[in-house]
Design a protein around this ligand. Structure first.
Ligand code: BDR
Ligand code: CA
Length: 323
């Protein structure tokens, strides 16, 4: 585990979802989780806010949860009940909620937190609506953060459509605002996060830890795999969202390359598709082709699976045993 001196200070913006919950656990264990905000995505805002509060409660994470945008900047809301259940947290029997959301909304909270402290990491693991709204309202935020490490997009095809990853498809206009904002940006898209395997073996290993928190995560993952199977898919996928946290807390586990990344806003078949320009850069870093954009994103592309897996299981075990 990193020493306290190295712990990154993180604002997690999420839409739990089992993998957002996993991201919160990883952020709280290996980073300083300064605040959590929620955004409509996997499920409606009220549900994902409840799920974020439950995750914090079950794992004994002392953090405020700030509700954010309930719909994308331009598009109609889109949720993923077929993946995560109607509530976003299908599967486990969950305790009664003993915590309440903050009365300070996500946008106000994030702007204030970033203005009060330089060098925070923003880690969005849902649609980018909150972060884009923050940047539009307070453009100075981009220069004050250490970076924005987001889970979303893909360099190799989508999941919600043939070309587009779910978070990017829900709010492509928000992705565009973030990609163009000038902050340091790390992208963990499907081409990376599918390398972090979620399967029955991971659910078994979590169950083996035996704590309440680990059992809840195990049941959430089992329900996600059941839903995949019901749709005729393999009982196997990617544990997407913790990758965006690990890219910040354990940069040595995830290789990245600075590349031009943009998003398709208009295509009939390709709306929400992120375009990662993987053509080699010239030695001096200058453009090799007139159509090539500025290298604006650290494209995270290769992950040390066994290390990420054990970091995740250690975080769950340690945090949930202390809860
Ligand atoms: C992303 O979409 C959601 O279903 C997951 O929580 C993850 O953030 C993967 O496409
Ligand atoms: Ca998510």
């Amino acid at each position: 585990m990193s020493s306290p001196a190295e712990r990154r200070r993180i604002l997690l913006d999420c839409d739990p979802g089992h993998d957002d919950a996993a991201a919160m656990v990883v952020a709280a264990h290996y980073g300083e989780l300064v605040g959590v905000s929620t955004v409509g995505g996997n499920a409606p805002l009220a549900d994902v806010t409840t799920n974020a509060l439950l995750t914090a409660q079950i794992f004994g994470i002392d953090v405020e949860v700030h509700p954010g945008c309930d719909r994308p900047l331009v598009a109609e809301p889109l949720h993923a009940p077929e993946v995560h259940g109607v509530s976003g947290f299908a599967g486990p029997s969950l305790p009664d909620l003993e915590r309440a959301p903050s009365t300070v909304g996500a946008i106000e909270y994030i702007i204030e937190a970033v203005r009060a402290e330089e060098g925070l990491w923003l880690v969005p693991t849902g649609p980018l609506t909150n972060i884009a709204t923050v940047i539009r309202r307070a453009p100075d935020v981009a220069a004050r953060v250490a970076g924005i490490s987001f889970m979303g997009g893909s360099a190799e095809g989508g999941n919600r459509t043939a070309t587009s990853e779910f978070n990017a498809l829900v709010d492509p206009e928000a992705v565009k605002v973030v990609l163009d904002c000038g902050a340091r940006i790390l992208m963990s898209g499907l081409d990376l996060t599918r390398q972090f395997t979620v399967d029955d073996r991971l659910a078994d290993d979590l169950a083996g830890i035996g704590t309440t928190g680990a059992l809840v995560l195990s049941d959430l993952i089992r329900a996600y795999l059941d839903k995949a199977e019901e749709r005729g898919l393999p009982r196997r996928g990617g544990l997407h969202d913790p990758c965006a946290v690990l890219a910040v807390t354990h940069p040595d586990t995830i290789e990245r390359t600075l590349r031009p990344v943009d998003i398709e806003l208009g295509g009939r078949l390709t709306r929400g598709m992120t375009v990662v320009d993987r053509r080699p850069m010239s030695r001096g870093g200058e453009r090799t082709s007139p159509d090539r954009g500025e290298a604006n994103v650290e494209h995270c592309h290769t992950l040390d699976h066994s290390r990420c897996r054990s970091l995740f299981l250690d975080a769950v075990a340690t945090l949930s045993r202390a809860a």
